[in-house]
Design a protein around this ligand. Sequence first.
Ligand SMILES: NC(=O)c1ccc[n+]([C@@H]2O[C@H](COP(=O)([O-])OP(=O)(O)OC[C@H]3O[C@@H](n4cnc5c(N)ncnc54)[C@H](O)[C@@H]3O)[C@@H](O)[C@H]2O)c1
Length: 373
Amino acid sequence: MYSEIRFGIIGLGLMGREFASAAARWIHLSSMMVKPVIVAACDSNENAFDWFKQRVQTLEFTTTDYQKLLGRSDIDAIYCAVPHHLHANIYIDIIRARKHLLGEKPFGIDLAANTAIMRAIAEQQDLLVRCSSELPFYPGGIAIINSLLRDDFGRIIEVESGLLHSSDLNPTKPINWKRMIEYNGEYGCMGDLGMHAVHVPLRFGWIPARIHAQLSKIVTERPDASGRMVPCKTWDNAAIHGEVDHPDGYTFPISLLTKRIAPGEMNTWFLRVIGTKRSMAFSTKYPRTLQVMEYQGGSQAWQLHDIGYASAYPTITGGIFEFGFPDSILQMWAAFCDELANGRTKMQQPFYCATPEEAHQSHLIFTDALANH
Ligand SMILES: NC(=O)c1ccc[n+]([C@@H]2O[C@H](COP(=O)([O-])OP(=O)(O)OC[C@H]3O[C@@H](n4cnc5c(N)ncnc54)[C@H](O)[C@@H]3O)[C@@H](O)[C@H]2O)c1
């Protein structure tokens, strides 16, 4: 028997629709005993309602006022996907209304906003609050995570992780809120893309110290909706380099790359962990290929493994088939619902969604990068 988690969504844009689609595809997951049911939807723009009303059969309620949604006692949990300048107020109100929350990154437009969210979480510690970051749920990411959990790598030599986009290479691409400091924040590309780069490193306690960052503004003006050129002030690219002080008494270098202008890269998430006994690398650019090198003396040879659909949560999809972005969203939602229903220690698999503490640590890193570039 399924048990149900009744969800409200606040923010019905790109990501709000992805969650609705994942919930509709829940039968894909073959071992989940809990499922999300979307009963309420909120957006300040009424035009967003039609898509949901036509497609989400469980929807009971729409509103332009998120407080009305939070006032309903029959909603257990909220997914919130709104522009960054709204995170602090809305997330704090969600938490004070005693709803579980999967909130979109970066969990506050800046460190002050994030700190206010963290204070509200500290007052309601029995709620499950998690930050969205789905890309490590690709099978290649999960394979590296599981290998790290088994401590297969020996001494870590270096780590590189990042998320790369390229559509901003086109200078005629119109500006939107993600390129405006007042809505996206001073962090620019780091706030938008950074949680994806830091999620796995932070899970293993790799906090970069002695940071040096290179931040670039490459396209400094863009057309607005009317075609008039306006300033585009957000950072396009960021390369953050630091050192991790490993508890075993050594340090290793870490690079965290977030780029809006990486020519040819279309949402490429990658992770490379290089160690003395094992190295592994994965990129969503080659979604079925996992690179592994074992070293026990002798020859050094990278192997390419076709890993297919080796997802964290089992599905009906045959193991030989490819995994894609909507699958990573579905797997992240499975992890959130699994953790909410069963608790961290009784989850079906060990990789849980990014925590508020990890999101807070990401703010400390990005703030450090702004100060040290
Ligand atoms: N996890 C990912 O891979 C990923 C990808 C893209 C965006 N995001 C994050 O998701 C969030 C939203 O991004 P998006 O791409 O969905 O943006 P979007 O612009 O497509 O959607 C945002 C929605 O919020 C609505 N909104 C604005 N003010 C509101 C209010 N006061 N109350 C209710 N709704 C309001 C807008 O009308 C819009 O429909 C951001 O935090 C962004 O960083 C995450």
